[in-house]
Design a protein around this ligand. Structure first.
Ligand code: CDP
Length: 203
């Protein structure tokens, strides 16, 4: 089967992860949450490792850690993600995953622009700040994290600003991406809409 890549980018907590996972399951293709690579690198840095070494030494075990979803790790991820050498160290793995036989869904910030500009389908998933903060707040509370909605909103805004303003691979939609605003959608509707857009692009 020829490689078929679906690139799903967007700001923090826009629903990329849920949509990507559901789409990959439905289409029977592999899924890579590239945010985990940056989160695992950021976590290693908070434990004292140098950023580039942390990125180069990532293992499959690192990506399975259960504490990668905390706001502290998210902030550490966004800081290491602005270092060009760190991003460069993670490119080959992501590109190989994107072009694997059988197809792949990758979600992140720069999949459609830098990692896989040739992706057959590119979605840019967004939602209003308030909606994104509300969704992430509920996820974190359900996961047992003590946070307030204001803290979550501040974290999202800070990361989005850093991710958008960095020089290397900033967060932005690819020119040929379809924007999917999920502010007014339940997640099931967003998944259905993503599948419709993918089917339309696939022809
Ligand atoms: O789940 P959420 O959208 O909050 O974050 P994530 O996708 O896990 O990404 C965490 C951080 O990693 C982001 O704030 C970015 O700084 C960085 N990241 C990136 O720079 N490039 C990617 N392809 C994926 C994540």
């Amino acid at each position: 089967m020829t490689p078929f890549t679906i690139a799903i980018d967007g700001p923090a907590a826009a629903g990329k992860g849920t949509i990507s996972k559901a789409v990959a399951e439905r289409l029977g293709v592999a899924h890579l949450d590239t945010g985990l690579l940056y989160r695992a690198t950021g976590k290693r840095v908070t434990l004292g490792e140098a950023p580039l070494e942390a990125a180069e030494k990532l293992t499959a075990e690192d990506l399975k850690a259960t504490d990668l979803r905390t706001p502290a790790v998210a902030q550490a991820a966004s800081r290491v993600a602005s270092i060009p050498e760190v991003r460069a160290a993670l490119v080959d793995f992501q590109r190989a995953f994107a072009r694997r036989a059988g197809g792949a869904v990758l979600d992140g910030r720069d999949i459609g622009t830098v990692i896989c500009p040739e992706a057959e389908v590119k979605l840019f998933v967004t939602a209003s700040d308030a909606v994104r903060a509300g969704r992430r707040y509920r996820e974190l509370i359900a996961g047992g994290h003590a946070v307030t909605e204001e803290e979550v909103l501040a974290d999202l805004r800070e990361r989005d600003a850093r991710d958008s303003e960095r020089d290397t691979a900033p967060l932005r939609p690819a020119e040929d991406a379809v924007v999917l605003d999920t502010s007014e959608m339940e997640i099931e509707a967003a998944v259905a809409e993503a599948l419709r857009l993918i089917a339309a692009r696939r022809g």
